[in-house]
Design a protein around this ligand. Structure first.
Ligand code: TPP
Ligand code: MG
Length: 576
């Protein structure tokens, strides 16, 4: 129903958000948004979640969106604050997260520069545009109050329409606090556009025919499989085909990581052919944002609701923009219909695929056995403990580059899992808070992050304590930016720094950071683990405090450094 509303610009905005069902506002406030906060003080229906850095705030909204499916709404500050938010908005853009960022705007025709506002000649919305959905979804409202409600409804709709992504909305600070404005809002406008339907019958047939003819079809399930809740259908297709499933860089566990057909990361490794005797001759990408790197298989099919990144650097033989649940169901059904007896033989013909998947797990289990009696916690030993102890109905937010996870049961039937997407560090703490707000008290949330990653969002424990988001934080503390050391050695194996074990900028100790004290100073209790013996009791306490006690807790685990340069504690030692 349409209705006319009156009040300040801030009230019009808050009313529109409320009308759209927005419950939480993630924020770091400033004085260009006076009108918004004045409106909130009068209304008070929506829950504010305050973060002490904009990066945290954006990550909170993103974590909330990912686990709730709802739009994460951020009230941010003008240019200076918005730029501080940019690293995490970048992650949201890559991930395709539905976020709405609203900021006050000090642009004025009389005075073209004001502190914190964009430099003369630039506009705030334009400055944020490259990190919005498709690098185009940044809007501004300057003069017309009626546009506040229209632009907000439009931004919410943009954020959830495929390709989904973050939208930025700049609203004149003066309009936000001006009194006596009038605008229309209304349910009749609706906030969503109906999504694409299932693929056409002839496309389904073409896909099923080729899948059935392939000697070894490779399946890849992307994040739209998770978003559309098509994980069960993905499993059924893989099982009907007895086909190997690989993952590309993705932000959700779209296929169960402990399923006997899950074969690890794409591209298909060389030893796959050796172990299975099968040569992959077709790849079927389902709901993926494309592939990172090359595509080796000679035949490529891709389906999903978002065509933006389909076939950008590889050919497409069959491709369709469509929803996934019903389409996958239809493909599976067509397989048996079209291939009859042949279909029954696939399990035998590709029986070794399960052997390959099993080999990956066995390798990991052997690593655990090799290290379980050492005093220092090896990453594989931490992994094995987490795999055994974490409840299956929980959620893991991961921001740890070299922590191991092959043994953890993520995906359909196991834990929900998410990671940043864009790789811009500073995601973890905020995202875990948002995720916990989304899933509520009954589902445990575990944040697994590196010591390096933690440094980018170290002010977030205060938010955890303030709103009592009972998250178990597990730090893989190797006192270094370990993955960067590994990457440098891969990129320049003959460089002097690699030969001498001198890695500038990667050693994070000297002085060591006391992460337990860091959390405690902000209201979150925790403990440090230095030996394998202490690990299990500490994790048990952590799980107990967070689940039964409903309070956040941190376990800072000192883990062994691995790989090249593991012994190097060198740093450029100069001081004033
Ligand atoms: C915002 C940002 N700055 C810098 C980097 C580069 N970078 C990638 S991984 C990494 C180190 C991560 O260290 P840690 O979280 O301790 O994980 P580890 O590799 O030690 O397991 C850095 C600095 C980045 N990805 N994002
Ligand atoms: Mg580290």
């Amino acid at each position: 129903m349409r209705k006319t509303i009156t009040g300040t610009g801030g009230m019009l905005l808050i009313q529109t958000l409320k009308d759209a069902g927005v419950e939480y506002l993630f924020t770091n406030p400033g004085s260009a948004e006076t009108g918004i906060f004045a409106a909130l003080a009068e209304d008070g229906d929506q829950k504010l979640v305050v973060g002490k850095h904009e990066g945290l705030v954006a990550a909170m909204a993103d974590g909330y969106h990912r686990l709730s499916g709802k739009v994460g709404v951020v009230i941010a500050h003008v240019m200076g604050g918005s730029y501080q938010l940019a690293g995490q908005l970048f992650n949201a853009q890559v991930a395709g997260s539905s976020l709405l960022v609203v900021a006050g705007d000090w642009a004025s025709e009389l005075q073209d520069y004001r502190g914190l506002a964009p430099f003369p000649g630039l506009s705030q919305a334009e400055s944020m545009r490259p990190i919005t959905k498709e690098a185009r979804a940044a809007y501004e409202v300057h003069a017309n109050p009626a546009a506040i409600t229209v632009a907000t409804a439009r931004a919410l709709r943009e954020a959830v329409t495929p390709p989904t992504g973050p939208v930025y909305l700049s609203i004149s600070a003066e309009l936000l606090s001006r009194e006596g404005l009038e605008a229309e809002i209304g349910g009749a406008a609706q906030y969503a556009i109906e999504r694409p339907g299932p693929a056409r019958a002839q496309t389904v047939e073409a896909i099923a025919r080729r899948l059935g003819q392939a000697q070894c079809p490779v399946l890849m399930f992307g994040d739209d499989v998770w978003r559309e809740g098509a994980q069960a259908e993905a499993v059924r297709l893989a099982e009907a085909l007895e086909a190997p499933v690989f993952a590309s860089r993705q932000i959700f566990a779209n296929f169960p990581s402990r399923h006997p057909l899950f074969c690890g990361m794409y591209p298909v490794p060389k030893d796959f052919e050796k172990v299975t005797g099968l040569k992959p001759d077709l790849v079927f990408l389902v709901g993926c944002q494309g592939v990172h790197g090359g595509v080796a298989e000679p035949y490529v099919m891709q389906i999903g609701p978002n065509p933006l990144l389909m076939g950008r650097h590889y050919p497409l033989d069959v491709a369709a923009q469509c929803e996934l649940r019903e389409t996958l169901g239809n493909v599976t059904e067509a397989l048996t219909r079209l291939h009859g007896d042949r279909a029954a033989g696939w399990a035998r013909q590709r029986g070794k695929v399960r052997a390959f998947a099993k080999l990956l797990i066995e390798r990991e289990e052997n690593l655990v056995r090799e290290h379980e009696h050492e005093t220092v916690v090896h990453p594989s030993v931490l992994e094995a403990h987490l795999a055994e102890m974490l409840p299956k109905h929980g959620v893991m937010v991961q921001e740890s580059s070299t922590a191991r996870t092959a043994l953890l049961p993520f995906g359909h039937g196991g834990m929900a899992w998410t990671r940043s997407g864009g790789g811009s560090l500073g995601f973890g703490v905020g995202a875990a808070i948002g995720a916990k707000i989304a899933v509520g008290r009954d589902r445990p949330v575990v944040l697994s992050l590196g010591d390096g990653a933690l440094g980018y969002s170290a002010a977030g424990f205060w938010t955890m304590a303030r709103y009592n988001t009972a998250i178990l934080t597990v730090v893989s503390n190797n006192e270094s930016y370990q993955i960067v050391r590994h990457n440098w050695a891969k990129d320049m194996p003959d460089a002097k720094m690699i030969r001498d074990g001198k890695y500038p900028g990667l050693w994070l100790s000297d002085p060591a950071v006391d992460y337990v004290a860091l959390a405690r100073a902000q209201g979150v209790e925790g403990e440090r683990v230095e030996t394998v013996k202490e690990l299990e009791p500490a994790l048990r306490r952590g799980l107990d405090v967070t689940t039964r006690g409903n309070r956040p807790y941190l376990v800072d685990v000192s883990v062994a450094r691995e790989g090249i340069g593991a012994d190097s504690t060198w740093f450029q030692d100069w001081r004033l």
